[in-house]
Design a binder for this molecule. Structure first.
Ligand code: PGA
Length: 260
């Protein structure tokens, strides 16, 4: 794992944007995996700026989102369909037919999950999967105890995740219990995983992800098995890491070709 620590979330987000920018310029039909939540918002703002001011072209890019709540209409303000339009897709020239988000209103959820997997395969697989991490170590909505080999499927949220997301729903009682999420096995097949984590409340999960054992109890730890994961942290999210000096030193020793 490549660990990049920056003083602020903004500096970290700009590195993530450079990685996406470079990939899309080298491969205009890149397949990008998107995440939701507060963490990627500065990254998405920068991608919108790069499109607007620097001609970054998303017209051939294909998008797959990690997850969606079950039962929410796509225009519900807390749905991830709505989040993605508001925070990113409305500000890019991405084609609507290139956007894929799990269908939380599908009549046959297992069949729609299988279709999602086959759409990812037909698109040639995901080039960069953008990820956040939950305070309980989830990625996507793969809650603790998720199979490390899981595929896109229905999951039940933990009480902690429902509390963490309560603000968008005006109270925890309104947060759906069920979601569709790409599985950990699905995420591991991406050619690159780009995980962002900012703030002190992520420090414990981040330390367990990077320096703890690979375990379904901390789903993000499965990224230790991925050959190309970049983890971008601010100092607060890096605070519980034991080998922080080594990671920072490694970062300063990078050859030019590896710099972002
Ligand atoms: P956050 O959520 O970006 O809002 O902190 C991350 C997550 O739960 O995966």
């Amino acid at each position: 794992m490549e660990i990049i620590i920056r003083p602020s979330s903004l500096e970290g987000s700009l590195i993530a944007a450079r990685i996406v920018d470079r990939t899309v310029r080298e491969k205009p039909h890149a397949v990008l995996g998107f995440a939701t939540g507060n963490t990627p918002l500065p990254l998405y703002e920068e991608l919108a700026r790069l499109h607007r001011d620097k001609g970054l072209d998303f017209s051939s890019v294909v998008a797959f989102n990690l997850d969606e709540y079950i039962g929410l209409p796509t225009d519900h303000p807390a749905s991830f369909h709505h989040y993605m339009r508001r925070n990113l897709f409305d500000h890019l020239n991405i084609r609507p037919e290139h956007i894929h988000i799990p269908d939380g209103q599908a009549e046959n959820i297992p069949a729609s999950c299988r279709k999602y997997e086959s759409e990812i395969r037909s698109a040639g697989g995901i080039d960069i999967q953008i990820l956040g991490i939950g305070t309980n170590g989830h990625i996507g909505f793969n809650e603790p105890s998720s199979s490390l080999a899981s595929r896109t499927r229905i999951k039940t949220l933990t009480p902690q995740t429902r509390r963490d997301n309560a603000a968008e729903f005006g109270g925890v009682d309104n947060v759906p219990c069920h979601v569709i999420t790409m599985g950990l096995g699905t995420i591991l097949e991406s050619r690159m995983c780009l995980l962002l984590a900012f703030g002190a409340k992520k420090a414990q999960a981040v330390a367990r992800m990077i320096e703890g054992p690979v375990t379904a109890s901390l789903p993000a730890s499965v990224l230790q098995l991925h050959p190309r994961t970049v983890i971008i942290l601010d100092r607060e999210a890096a605070a519980d890491l034991e080998r922080v000096e080594y990671y920072e030193w490694t970062d300063t020793q990078k050859p030019d070709w590896q710099e972002y």
